[in-house]
Design a protein around this ligand. Structure first.
Ligand SMILES: Cc1cc2nc3c(=O)[nH]c(=O)nc-3n(C[C@H](O)[C@H](O)[C@H](O)COP(=O)(O)OP(=O)(O)OC[C@H]3O[C@@H](n4cnc5c(N)ncnc54)[C@H](O)[C@@H]3O)c2cc1C
Length: 441
């Protein structure tokens, strides 16, 4: 029972040349290619499996400013506008709406943290409402119990993970860009020290610029090029329920469980921050980078199994460009859901919201979240390889900022004024001292 996903028809014929090639058709890659195509560039988007089939269709769909790290907040705010503008400009439906996000808690320390964030958010012009016990209990009436407090962020919202990346892919085609599925990019060629082509399993595309929006595969791809990009995958699990007996809040977070209404009226359930670490050689290699993050999150990160080694997305072996790579063996990363977490999530959800008792489990899945040491994505051109822009490590919150990230990357490719300051995202920060601040999210 995998996560639902809309299918997109694309062409098997690759162009020989492109102004830019985007590697990876998740939410970051599709929005990047969309903004490039709108600027009139001949752009080719190459996806080894299916558009949106990895993290981008397996998430909760939250598009939030609430509790964002200061480094990502400007991009989050602009992304909400861009989600709306995308629908108006393209006529394609991503399921985005500003339904508001609702958080409940009985924990004074957690409430104090949200209040502190609310004060900071005011300085950035973001509206969020702290709720006292009476307000939180009234808004959370579906839980049938009282709460110490909560927070409601009215301008945040959700989009549909099953629909969003495919909708943007259709919009790229309408703009004259090309999209190709079931085609892995195996590597790149250089000329005069700069990128000059990408090499795919179906041939070469000459191009001066490529964007590596390859999610959990980005680090091992960079490794092939001799570039160290510290990323560790965390296996997160979620499940879907059929529609509930009574209306529930569209997007509700508690420390125990988070619940999101889906486009089909059912709900996606998950436990925030909980995941398994499946050890791989790549993780061993980058372990020193991740110690502060693991130390901060050790309560919710559990030891995993051999899934990561089997999948091959964190391989440290070298690929040959003239024979199939691990990306062609694993077209779609589809790790096994953690059954203990699925059972716990379901039990907590029906305890929190009795209206879910009659709902059936319709799907359960997991996905590898590509995390950076500081929890902030890596976006920028690689100094070691001019012409290759990396955009990965979205650390469990890249869906909502997909439009803003795609816009920023298109700005970098076309040397336009950047929509937000790109400096907090520079991949080079991992090589420098003093980049150890782990994002709060
Ligand atoms: C359970 C869960 C819940 C989440 N909830 C949220 C949320 O509520 N809100 C939020 O903002 N974020 C959330 N996230 C995170 C969010 O899903 C990701 O940050 C985002 O989808 C990353 O998009 P991406 O395009 O970088 O990666 P992906 O969606 O993983 O796409 C990468 C694509 O690149 C392709 N690829 C890789 N290598 C190659 C190659 N060499 N050639 C061709 N193609 C290649 C892959 O096949 C894949 O399709 C969640 C994630 C999970 C797992």
């Amino acid at each position: 029972m995998p996560a639902p996903l809309v299918h997109v028809e694309t062409s098997p014929t690759l162009p020989a040349h492109a102004d830019a090639v985007v590697i990876g058709g998740g939410i970051i890659g599709v929005f990047t290619a969309y903004y490039l195509a709108r600027r009139g560039l001949a752009v080719a988007l190459i996806e080894k499996g299916r558009i949106g089939a990895e993290q981008s269709s397996r998430n909760w769909g939250w598009c939030r400013q609430q509790n964002r790290d200061a480094r990502e907040l400007p991009m989050a705010t602009l992304s909400l506008d861009l989600w709306e503008r995308f629908a108006a400009d393209s006529g394609e439906a991503t399921g985005f709406s500003r339904c508001g996000l609702f958080y409940l808690s009985d924990d004074e320390a957690e409430l104090a943290g949200w209040a502190r964030w609310g004060e900071f958010a005011k300085t950035a012009g973001v509206t969020t409402h702290m709720l006292d016990s009476r307000q939180a209990t009234a808004r959370g009436a579906a839980t049938g119990r009282s709460w110490r407090g909560g927070v409601f962020s009215p301008t945040d919202g959700t989009a549909s993970p099953a629909d969003a990346a495919p909708a943007v892919a259709r919009a790229i085609l309408k703009q004259g860009g090309s999209v190709h599925q079931m085609c892995a990019v195996r590597g790149v060629e250089t000329s005069g020290g700069k990128l000059s082509a990408v090499i795919t399993e179906r041939g070469i595309i000459r191009t001066p610029v490529a964007v590596l929006s390859a999610g959990a595969w980005a680090s091992s791809f960079c490794h092939q090029l001799g570039v160290a990009l510290p990323i560790a995958s965390i296996r997160a699990s979620a499940l879907a329920l059929s529609p509930a007996a009574e209306p529930l809040p569209p997007a509700l977070h508690t420390a125990a469980v988070s619940i999101t209404r889906r486009g089909d009226g059912g709900h996606t359930l998950a436990i925030s921050g909980r995941g398994r670490i499946d050890p791989t050689l790549q993780q061993l290699r980058f372990a020193p980078h991740f110690l502060p993050m693991f130390a901060k999150r050790w309560r919710s990160l559990l030891p995993g199994g051999l899934e990561g080694l089997r999948a091959g997305h964190e391989t440290v072996g070298r690929w040959r460009l003239d024979e199939p790579t691990p990306m062609e063996v694993t077209r779609i990363l589809d790790p096994r859901p953690d059954q203990a977490t699925i059972r716990l999530t379901h039990a907590r959800a029906v305890e929190l919201l009795p209206a879910l008792r009659q709902s059936r489990v319709t799907a359960a899945w997991s996905s590898y979240i590509d995390s950076t040491p500081d929890g902030v994505p890596a976006i920028g051109e690689l100094a070691a390889l001019p012409g290759l822009i990396v955009a990965a490590g979205f650390s469990g919150h890249g869906f909502g900022i997909g439009p803003g990230a795609g816009h920023l990357i298109a700005d970098l490719v076309t040397s336009a004024a950047p929509i937000v300051d790109p400096r907090p995202y520079e991949p080079a920060r991992f090589a420098r001292a003093g980049s150890k601040k782990v994002a709060d999210f």
